[in-house]
Design a protein. Structure first.
Length: 535
């Protein structure tokens, strides 16, 4: 994943979605003048060119030039003469880089939105959760393409489509037109990831989308149960906590018994597969080390270490320290991911922030520990190698084991299995929902041939660190928005940049409308076949 460093133009602005005390740059208010917006645009483009660790492999795969796509939006930003219009113009500008990690945030004294639900806010109360229609939608990754209803919630007096129904139109727009209209507002690093996040956004009344793309209700035209039949449903947006889903499209394994649950995973035993354990992985979060130690103590005590291990990451988030898990989930040594930093005007303040974190014993990523030591390996590299490279005028640092999390800078990056580890086969059930550190996990498995990956690739986004700052109109102290930059590459064990370049699967099993009901049993069958054959 990434470390987020939120720096303000003035020290420690208290964020609140209320009018700010500081004066606007002129009578036009917080949206500024065309001249100020032009200067702001030029500043963002210059800083992006100077700071961003762009991924050539992603640019080639998606056939685009991020700086050219940003540059084409100049008139849209300059012409955005209201706060709402400018916020969405800047969001579109940010998303033109096609980087899932990079977002635009509301900040104290900056642009305000009449509706801020689901929008990132720095430093103060979170914006409210967006309302949600009683359907979940998924892309069909098979030959048919398009989108379909994957799950529904019962709402009294509301007719909902049946799971598996294909979408024909969304709010009167044919599905292909809707997908094209929504694309500029969806943060993504791969086409598969774009489609997944677009499907997630469709039934959500989130202010991450401009008002024109989120009417008061959701009108869907879908295929009916009989061939050629079309049905139209109008669905209300409701508080998400009150929706009871059928759970059809979530990881479900017939005959599975939950042995225990942690923040990191649910441990399952499956009837008919006594030689296997399934971990439904939820993220590489703050308790990963303790949760892995709990798993290994349990497996050793219950004499389970010769079982095959299948890790379902289809609903996993990111985080850190996945290599710690892989040292225990399978029996082979492996080469971990590496990473570097793009050297620029923000490198020195980045190091200064890390110094402060280290002094406070707080080397972490959003509350998740980044290193297995106390951070000394990382600080040694930052204080010596990074600052020396900056002084020389290098473009990038040399690559080192990722964030110095598991090994120091002079390591070859090969990590040995733990003393207590699983000794059977290993496989991963994967999909495009998540990425970041999950993409690293999959890349380590794939590039070291640790086991099979079945299903679909992960979302295809990963970097080392990000830089975050509050933008002001140039020449003023007027805050505008929070803005982010990707400032380092994650390098796969095979040496390739990971951003926009997810590990391929060994067994391709796409999610489709026709196969949604038995999707997870089929994934598990394929994973079991692979671990038994490879073992």
């Amino acid at each position: 994943m990434c470390t987020s460093l939120r720096r303000t133009a003035a020290a420690a602005l208290a964020v609140a979605l209320i009018p700010a005390a500081c004066a606007a740059p002129d009578a036009n208010g917080p949206a500024g003048t065309p001249e100020l917006r032009a200067a702001l645009f030029d500043t963002i483009l210059a800083r992006s060119q100077r700071r961003e660790a762009f991924s050539p492999v992603k640019n080639q795969a998606m056939a685009y030039d991020p700086l050219a796509e940003m540059g084409a939006l100049r008139e849209e930003v300059v012409g955005a003469d209201t706060e709402e219009a400018l916020f969405y113009a800047l969001a579109k500008l940010s998303h033109a880089r096609r980087d899932r990690h990079l977002d635009v945030a509301l900040v104290s004294g900056g642009l305000q939105l009449p509706d801020s639900s689901g929008v990132d806010v720095w430093g103060g109360p979170e914006a409210p959760a967006p309302l949600h229609a009683p359907v979940r939608v998924f892309p069909d990754y098979g030959e048919a393409g398009g989108y379909f209803v994957g799950d529904v919630a019962a709402v009294e007096g509301v007719a909902v489509p049946e799971p598996g129904a294909r979408l024909v139109s969304v709010n009167g727009m044919p599905v292909a037109e809707w997908e094209a209209a929504i694309r500029p507002w969806i943060r993504h690093s791969s086409v598969a990831g774009l489609r997944w996040k677009a499907a997630e956004a469709l039934p959500s009344a989130s202010a991450a989308l401009p008002p024109a793309l989120r009417p008061d209700s959701l009108r869907l035209e879908v295929s009916g149960p009989r061939e050629g039949e079309l049905l139209t449903v109008t669905l209300p947006f409701l508080p998400p906590d009150g929706l009871a889903w059928r759970g059809i499209s979530e990881p479900r394994y017939p005959g599975a018994r939950t042995l225990f649950e942690t923040v990191t995973y649910d441990l399952l035993a499956v009837d008919g597969a006594p030689d296997c354990l399934v971990l439904v992985w939820t993220g590489f979060r703050e308790t990963l080390v303790a949760d892995m130690d709990t798993l290994m103590a349990f497996a050793e005590r219950e004499k389970l270490l010769d079982r095959h291990v299948i890790v379902d990451v289809t609903r996993s988030g990111g985080g850190s320290l996945g290599a710690y898990a892989l040292q225990r989930l399978q029996p082979r040594p492996f080469h971990t991911t590496f990473g570097n930093l793009r050297l620029s005007d923000v490198t020195l303040p980045f190091v200064e922030d890390k110094r402060a974190d280290f002094a406070e014993r707080n080397i972490n990523d959003g509350g998740v520990a980044e290193t297995v030591d106390d951070g000394s390996w990382l600080m040694d590299w930052l204080e010596n190698d990074v600052l020396a490279a900056l002084e020389r005028g290098d473009d990038y640092t040399a690559a080192v084991p990722f964030k110095l999390a598991h090994a120091p800078k002079d390591s070859d990056g090969v990590l040995q299995p733990a003393g207590v580890r699983f000794r059977g086969g290993f496989a991963v059930i994967s999909g495009p929902s998540g990425g970041s550190h999950l993409d690293q996990f999959n890349a380590i498995v794939k590039d070291n041939a640790l086991g099979a990956i079945v299903g679909m690739p992960a979302g295809g986004y990963s970097n080392t660190w990000e830089w975050e700052e509050v933008l002001t109109f140039p020449g003023t102290d007027q805050p505008v928005v929070g803005f982010m930059y990707d400032i380092g590459h994650t390098l796969r064990p095979n040496g390739e940049i990971l951003e926009g370049n997810p590990a391929a699967v060994d067994v391709w099993i796409p999610l489709t409308a026709e196969g949604v009901a038995d999707y997870y049993p089929r994934l598990l069958d394929a994973a079991l076949t692979e671990v038994r054959a490879r073992r």
